[in-house]
Design a protein around this ligand. Sequence first.
Ligand code: CA
Length: 587
Amino acid sequence: MKVLYRFIMTFIAIFVLTACSKDIKINPEGENVLDTAEVESGLREKEETTAVEEQNQESNVATDNVTDGKQEQIAYPYVQELNIIEDNYRNYYEIFVYSFYDSDGDGIGDINGVIEKLDYINDGDPTTDSDLGFNGIWLMPIMPSTTYHKYDVTDYYNIDPQYGTLEDFKTLLQECDKRGIKLIIDLVFNHTSSQHPWFKEAVAYLQGLENGEQPDIDECPYVEYYHFTKDYEGGSGYHRVGNTQWYYEGMFWDQMPDLNLGNPKVREEIEMIAKFWLDLGVGGFRLDAVKEFYSGQKDKNIEVLKWFTDYVASLDKEAYIVGEAWDSKDAIASYYESGIPSLFNFPLAMYNGEITKTARRLGPATASTYGKNVMLMLAKYQENNPNFIDSPFISNHDTTRISAQCVNNEEQMKMSAGLLLTMNGSPFVYYGEEIGMNSSGDKDENKRLPMQWSLTDQTGMTRKPSNADLVEQKFPPVDEQMEDPLSLLNYYKRAIRIRNENPEIARGEVSIIEELTNEDILAIRKVYEESEIAIIYNIHTEGANISLEDTDLDGYSIRGYLSVDGSEVSLENGNLYMPKYSIVILK
Ligand code: CA
């Protein structure tokens, strides 16, 4: 027996190694490292990564259930008419332009590359099912910058030359418009680049002062654009100006000086910048690092958010603003006092977040606790802003990817995606999440790797950010997953389709159907404008038989379902069968 066991294990190991050798080929290149949220995310991510990697070692073989791509085509039953409402409840796709698609062969993704791949995101044709069906896009920073990630802006009124031109961007906006896609852009005004003209002028001016001479704001107003001080008494976040006695605040990095957001002139500048982009046609902004506007001073941050939200609303009531407050649900609830339309729901995301924790049934996580926790969380947010729209997500450019969170367990990844894409609000999907792209360790570059379009056709393939490692990809690229009806990609597509058929999913008032809910099963109701649906989740590795007879859902029928392995959900004579990890929409 032992010999046979060893033989089988060796065979499996060889198979896995061979499968993995199809990895991406990547060219090295030299550039900068830091990203805005790195400081705050560092610790948390380290914890996550360690846990994930420990488990990785144990379960590499057991969970490496990459689809073999040979399944029969399955036509989805229960396809309904699309019912897309043009409001601010949308399905967003987060794009790191650098790593998405390269249109001109220099190895760096660009705006024209995004345009070339828009049909993948949404082709604007309701009769096709070859696109993912997103109707919102968030572009990570696109303005001129000194780094690959571009979170340090040197010019707020242009497109980074690596990415293209303002003309390219206008074309992108037109193409998005044709497809009903709202395009929002990253706006970074907690800090600028140290190479921004405002900062350079301020520094040159201070360096030209005689010893002991006080700065004259009429001579150089930019001195008050930042937090310069001579009274620096040690501690982190401050950096010296050359050989002078002056210091400046740069919480994230010495190359990212923090703006003085209390200065009315700085606010005027930011208003002009926001107006410039709104006039071009962007649909809103993702606000970077809102916790650090005044680090550690939540009330002042809320005031900044309120000022910015009110200003943008005065120009465009339909603009979507989503803030990055990487914090607890209580803190996020406080930030909603500003009236900001949306904030990312960090407590749902990442390795320890409600979503993957529930899909993996980690520790005390059960179907019913998930339902209760999410309800409580959303109620808290709503208390402070009745019109809030949640922005749930699983992973983004600062976190481990979903594949690492679920240790490459494809069924758990699908269950996570299903939980995300049946949430209220505007869910955000990070590029590559839909094909199970991998991340590795703490290094930000390893979370922002080239989109895996194809292994056979290298057209448009970007090269990796310079400090990225060669990270093994466990799941096939886009072109292969497109052909496989049971792929993760097709699961995402089906989930978004169901979302686009049922406006109640994003907008409905939620209540838990207690009589059907237990550790493995969560049943909820969503009511939107007198239309009511129910969603039932089976968060278990085995199928479940559920009798709807004599319950609130007696007489309901199936509108659609999500299944991780092609098994069918069925409902006959009040008996609902749900295969493992399935989700059904009833009406
Ligand atoms: Ca390019």
